[in-house]
Ligand binder design. Structure first.
Ligand SMILES: NC(=O)c1ccc[n+]([C@@H]2O[C@H](COP(=O)([O-])OP(=O)(O)OC[C@H]3O[C@@H](n4cnc5c(N)ncnc54)[C@H](O)[C@@H]3O)[C@@H](O)[C@H]2O)c1
Ligand SMILES: [Zn+2]
Length: 631
């Protein structure tokens, strides 16, 4: 039987492009509407094609209406997404898919799985009639040749695996007329109890026989290490099926949040967990080109993370967020700060009290019992007003100690030969002078403060060290983050949080801008982000494949939103009433006003969103609500 010409079929178009260009496409099993929505959003964020898969059991549960929902969602997305029925084995499920197709609710492709058959001949005989009928309905079919061991929710349990015989493959594919081939090469469904032993030579032979005609699909990929994806894609696999890797964090987050939060909040958190795993996977797979190697994810490896400035506000939040990150399992932390840092509960941590401007002490960070870090988050620093008031000290910390850290890494290098990811928090204080209304990636930074000078200088070092292959840098220019808890800091921007934080607690706050609530100075626009979104973005920064950055710069302006000082005050009034507003006192401070006014207030978020970073939605109000709830 010869397959018809499926011109314009989504699944085949997506896979043949991936095969031609040498990358993998994530085919993810979705069990409910939340997962489907999250998956489509993740694909749109990565500008990546994707395949949304349903198990037969989900189809039998949701029937036509649910399939129609998934098809609408996928086909209306701004990137190519196909909907595929995975592992259809039982006649009733295949019949259901066919009868829905007859009613105009058709999968873009289905898998007819007869791999439980005793022999290849029996497999062909079982599959062929269904494939013929699928073709009449315009649906290409994936088949499994050989047999995979294991089982997953909603699938049969198979205990006797059979490797695919590449010599027989041609006969088999012709016999069934199938369009996609899922081989058995040592892969299995479920958890790998022993290190996976994939017979790459089988893939090599299959790819040689079917290149350009029949895409290859890899099943049983949950929890696999980087190298295997890299090899399999290099050897011709284009469709990568995944199930539990994203499903389990979804279920876990939902379960945990339901005990303390409202249903919609728990649902949103679970959806975000699912989207975050699938987004990273999509980005990795699609941007992977066979000619270039890069780690797929560090999941199976160690995750030793060094955070400098770990006793600071963001450092503390980051350590806790990394602990919760599904893409950073086996986390071990090295925390460094001049103030003794505190370790998050249940994480293997080395906490070091250290002055990072001292060469000998910096050296010690790389000789702890945890060994060499895989990722360094460089967060320590002397904030804006601090460096403005003590110029030499500010530069010593914000430039000198960063350079010291970079050179120590450069001299040592990771034992595996891998480049250390170096994530640096920069600031919008690098901008100054006359600026366009909208800052884009190509706007030149000319700082007008010691803090901005320090940050920009360190950025230049990190870019150059990355270009030279000493490190794998990621430079994040953070918006001003609201609402910062605790006592007021020395930052010039401190008032931006103080005028919310203090009144919410019944305390007076001083606003250094304007002289009353009616003052036009309050129309000063600010570029803001919440701490929750910013921390999620810091975590995401370590998962972005290096290839996604252009060759000349690792700078990313993290997404933010514009609000004026007045917008802030109005939002505070809405959340907390007029009484809170009366607690804001005005005392114009020209130095402060000059510095804050020199900062830009509107950026183009497109580049950062395309890299998979997040942005706050809804302006100041939800941020103030959240802060008040957590007080
Ligand atoms: N919070 C914001 O709104 C914001 C905005 C833009 C950029 N950033 C950047 O993010 C990073 C973290 O900000 P944060 O708000 O958590 O600041 P923070 O002041 O709370 O933390 C900075 C930490 O660095 C430590 N430190 C300073 N000098 C040190 C030294 N010589 N050796 C060791 N540790 C030293 C401090 O003790 C402090 O704990 C900073 O680099 C900052 O420039 C923050
Ligand atoms: Zn499978």
């Amino acid at each position: 039987m010869v397959a018809p010409n499926f011109f314009g079929n989504r699944t085949l178009d997506i896979l043949s492009k991936a095969e031609r260009e040498g990358y993998g496409v994530l085919a993810q099993v979705c069990y409910d509407a939340g997962m489907a929505i999250a998956f489509v959003q993740a694909a749109e964020r990565c500008r990546s094609p994707a395949i949304l898969m349903l198990f037969p059991i989900t189809l039998a549960y949701g029937k036509g209406p649910f399939l129609r929902f998934c098809l609408d969602l996928a086909h209306q997305a701004s990137v190519p997404i196909a909907v595929h029925l995975d592992h259809a084995t039982d006649p009733e499920h295949i019949e259901l898919a066919f009868s829905l197709a007859e009613q105009g609710i058709a999968f873009d492709s289905i898998m007819v799985d007869a791999s439980h058959a005793e022999t290849d001949e029996e497999n062909i005989n079982l599959a062929r009639p269904y494939i013929g009928r699928a073709y009449k309905l315009g649906i290409p079919v994936e088949v499994e040749l050989g047999r995979l061991e294991g089982g997953e929710a909603g699938l049969r349990m198979i205990s006797d695996a059979k490797l695919t015989d590449p010599e027989k493959a041609e006969v088999y594919m012709e016999g069934t007329g199938a369009s996609i081939l899922a081989p058995s090469i040592g892969n299995l469904h479920g958890t790998y109890l022993n290190p996976p032993n994939f017979r790459q030579h089988i893939l090599v032979k299959l790819y040689k026989a079917f290149k350009g005609r029949i895409p290859l699909c890899l099943h049983g990929t949950d929890g696999l290490p980087d190298e295997i994806f890299v090899q399999c894609i290099r050897n011709g696999v284009s469709k990568i099926n995944m199930n539990s890797w994203a499903r389990d964090p979804y279920a876990k987050t939902l379960r945990e949040h339901l005990s303390t939060k409202s249903f919609p909040e728990a649902q949103e958190a679970a959806t975000e967990a699912f989207a975050s795993v699938t987004r990273s996977t999509l980005c990795h797979l699609t941007k992977y080109r066979s000619s270039r190697l890069h780690p797929f994810t560090q999941s199976a490896m160690s995750n030793v993370v060094l955070i400098t400035g770990a006793a600071g506000w963001l450092g503390g939040l980051l350590a806790r967020a990394l602990k919760e990150d599904a893409m950073t399992p086996n986390l071990q932390l090295i925390l460094a700060d001049v103030v003794e840092p505190t370790a998050p509960a249940d994480v293997d941590t080395v906490a070091i009290k250290i002055d990072l401007t001292d060469e000998l002490q910096v050296e010690a960070l790389f000789n702890t019992r945890l060994g060499f870090p895989d990722t360094v988050y460089c967060l320590h620093g002397i904030m804006s007003r601090g460096s403005e008031d003590d110029f030499d000290f500010g530069l010593k910390v914000n430039v000198g100690s960063v350079r010291l850290l970079l050179d120590t890494i450069r001299q040592k290098q990771h034992p595996s030969g891998r480049l250390i990811k170096f994530v640096f928090t920069s600031s919008l204080a690098v901008y100054g002078g006359p600026l366009p209304d909208l800052i884009t990636s190509s706007t030149i930074a000319t700082p007008e403060s010691a803090y901005g000078l320090g940050k920009l200088t360190s950025e230049l070092f990190i870019n150059e060290y990355t270009r030279r292959g000493f490190i794998d840098g990621r430079i994040l220019r953070l918006p001003t983050i609201v609402v910062r808890p605790g006592p007021p800091s020395l930052a010039t921007s401190a008032f931006i949080s103080a005028i919310i934080r203090e009144p919410l607690q019944g305390l007076e706050a001083t606003c250094p801008i304007g002289d009353s609530l009616d003052s036009s100075a309050l129309d000063l626009p600010l570029w803001l982000a919440s701490s929750q979104v910013t921390i999620a973005n810091l975590v995401h920064a370590k998962h972005i494949p290096a290839e996604l950055f252009p060759p000349h710069t690792r700078v990313v302006c993290l997404p933010g939103f514009t609000a004026t000082v007045r917008d802030e005050i109005l939002a505070l009034g809405k959340v907390s009433g007029k009484g809170a507003l009366a607690l804001i006192k005005f005392k114009d401070d020209p130095v402060n006003r000059r510095v804050v006014s020199s900062w830009p207030s509107k950026f183009d978020n497109t580049y950062a969103l395309n890299l998979g970073f997040n942005v706050d939605k809804g302006g100041m109000e939800p941020i103030i609500w959240r802060f008040q709830r957590e007080l």
